[in-house]
Design a protein around this ligand. Sequence first.
Ligand SMILES: Nc1nc2c(ncn2[C@@H]2O[C@H](COP(=O)(O)OP(=O)(O)OP(=O)(O)O)[C@@H](O)[C@H]2O)c(=O)[nH]1
Ligand SMILES: [Mg+2]
Length: 198
Amino acid sequence: MKGCTSSEPAPVLRGTEVTTKILVAGHLSAGKTTLIGSVSQIRPVTTEETMTSAGADVDRTDLPGKTKTTVAMDFGRLHLNDNLVLYLFGAPGQPRFFPILQDLAHGALGVLLLADTRRLDDTYPILELIEDLGLPYAVAINRFDGAPEPTADRLREVMRLEATTPVVTCDARDRSSCRDALIALITHLLTLTPEPSR
Ligand SMILES: Nc1nc2c(ncn2[C@@H]2O[C@H](COP(=O)(O)OP(=O)(O)OP(=O)(O)O)[C@@H](O)[C@H]2O)c(=O)[nH]1
Ligand SMILES: [Mg+2]
């Protein structure tokens, strides 16, 4: 995969195998590491560290059962079909790691923005960052037990998304639904990519 900046996305070539970099972003504990682990066809690379009291001043400590967090990135690979291989880069979710998200965004064709409807407020700063980077994205709502289940249209309204921005639901633990979310993103990206000239 050739490197390029986020303002200069890698081209999608039809009819030949291409590899493409996709960023998986979202707030702390949205399920990014879980999603990449679910869909990756290689053993994913993770950089999770135990959350300790040393980070209490900067990290959220009110998430029951949350003991580990990604401190650099996740990485996985998914052969989506005969022609398209996705390199999935998971960004850390905490604001103090936003510069890492910005670095990981270089060369990405698009972003799967994972969110939990109980914590949409935590999603907005990341959404803003992605929009500032000029990257196209799809929103994937990771279903958590007991979380509100607004319609896609309602979410578009609340999150002030473009009418064309895909909004899908998934369960980060379920390979098939995560694959479908990535397909929704890729389908969206293809609508934005001009046909190569002949
Ligand atoms: N119920 C439920 N739990 C989930 C789901 N996805 C993830 N989890 C759990 O939520 C917790 C957080 O998931 P992670 O994948 O570590 O979240 P993350 O976005 O990578 O978190 P950070 O890297 O810390 O930002 C884990 O304990 C997962 O098992 C889901 O779809 N449903
Ligand atoms: Mg993680």
